[in-house]
Design a protein around this ligand. Structure first.
Ligand code: ATP
Ligand code: MG
Length: 356
């Protein structure tokens, strides 16, 4: 993705755009002497069927909604940073003995071939040096490899071009989420989860560095579908019920809930729980002896009532809802954005990015 990088946008404000299956989120952040300030934000519904599996299938339709959204949000910038996600989009820290920079590049390509679930020739790759560390008396160089299929990336560039916007940078959504949520303490080990409509991004962050990311191909729409099936209502009605009651009627915890609702909701989330557990196991296998402190949720799906409690029980970890606006300067938009804050984690994380 290095090749896609451009100059820092002028004017001191940066715009992040997070195009999801269900919603397009935009955030404009201004850096002030006292810290970042959310200057503008907006959310609009993604046109049905125009984004799937992380691919923009209909750039024209998405661009049209995006332009309207930017207008409504009074964002006049002509450049933006965008997120990509999907099954084949990932980031991972690689460790090398200290070797010259050009050799690192070669080694990374070789490593990328091992780690990518698709041919490296079809990937857009970005590499950032994280730090030099001393491990077991050995100097090690840590680099963060980020990769996405070029064909997928191009659909976003096309979309922004259609919306007459320049792409300043493209970032893996899970990394943007990690930055968005990093306003909260960075030491320790945290599992960050961006629960979208059809996908769930996971990042394990250890001492402030995202160690790896992965995307699970299930999201909060699984709950809507379960409600629709259980209560025999259409999707719109099911969505309404979901927003109102979340994982259980008023009588939480589920043991006390009458009928099958709470149990069915838990079942709908079971695939996400299983896959998140797998990510935790993967991390623990690599970092034996490191304790995972907690899990922080974001994305629209994090707004689901009782989800944090449910996951705390399932994963045996403290689970909280992350707020990417914590620590931001109180601009005029901050209050209005609070109710939807978790859904803005990726967009704000993008806008907080400094382009090297
Ligand atoms: N208040 C709420 N309570 C429960 N769920 C909510 C709430 N608001 C939004 N959601 C759910 O959040 C999801 C949308 O979140 P988000 O915008 O993060 O998804 P997306 O980015 O469009 O999807 P994806 O990342 O999978 O492409 C939908 O499934 C929606 O039902
Ligand atoms: Mg999303």
């Amino acid at each position: 993705m290095t090749a896609l990088r451009n100059l820092l946008p002028t004017g001191g404000a940066t715009v992040g755009i997070d195009i999801g299956t269900r919603a397009i989120k935009v955030a404009q952040i201004r850096r002030t002497g006292k810290g970042p300030e959310l200057q503008r934000f907006g959310i609009a519904s993604t046109p049905r069927g125009s984004v799937e599996g992380g691919l923009v299938l209909d750039p024209q339709a998405v661009a049209q909604v995006l332009r309207g959204l930017l207008r409504t949000a009074r964002i006049g910038a002509r450049r933006a940073i965008i997120a990509v996600t999907g099954q084949n989009v990932l980031a991972r820290v690689l460790r090398f003995p200290p070797i010259p920079e050009d050799e690192v590049k070669r080694a990374i390509r070789w490593e990328a071939e091992r780690h990518l679930p698709f041919p490296v020739d079809e990937a857009v790759i970005d590499v950032q040096t994280v730090r030099q560390v001393n491990r077991d008396d050995q100097q090690q160089l840590e680099v963060l490899l980020a990769a996405a299929p070029e064909a997928l990336v191009l659909t976003y560039i096309q979309t922004l071009e259609n919306a007459r916007l320049m792409v300043d940078a493209i970032e893996v959504a899970a990394l943007a989420m990690a930055r968005g949520l990093a306003q909260t303490p960075v030491s320790g080990t945290h599992v960050l989860v961006n629960l979208g409509a059809s996908m769930t991004d996971v990042a394990v962050v250890h001492d402030g560095v995202p160690q790896f990311t992965r995307t699970i191909l299930v999201g909060s729409d699984a709950v809507t579908q379960a409600i629709s099936k259980l209560l025999k209502v259409d999707e719109a009605a099911a969505e309404e019920i979901k927003l109102r009651y979340g994982l259980g009627w008023e009588e939480w915890p589920p043991e006390r809930a009458e009928g099958a609702y709470a149990a069915e909701m838990a079942e709908a989330l079971s695939e996400i729980v299983t896959q998140v557990r797998r990510s935790l196991d993967f991390f623990r296998a690599q970092f034996s002896g490191v304790t995972i402190n907690d899990m922080i949720l974001c994305g629209g799906g994090a707004l689901l009532r009782h989800l944090d409690r449910h996951l705390t029980g399932e994963l045996d970890l403290p689970v909280t809802i992350g707020n990417p606006l914590d620590g931001m300067q109180p601009g005029e938009q901050l209050l209005a954005a609070q109710a939807l804050a978790p859904q803005l984690a990726v967009a704000t994380g993008l806008a907080l990015r400094t382009i090297e």
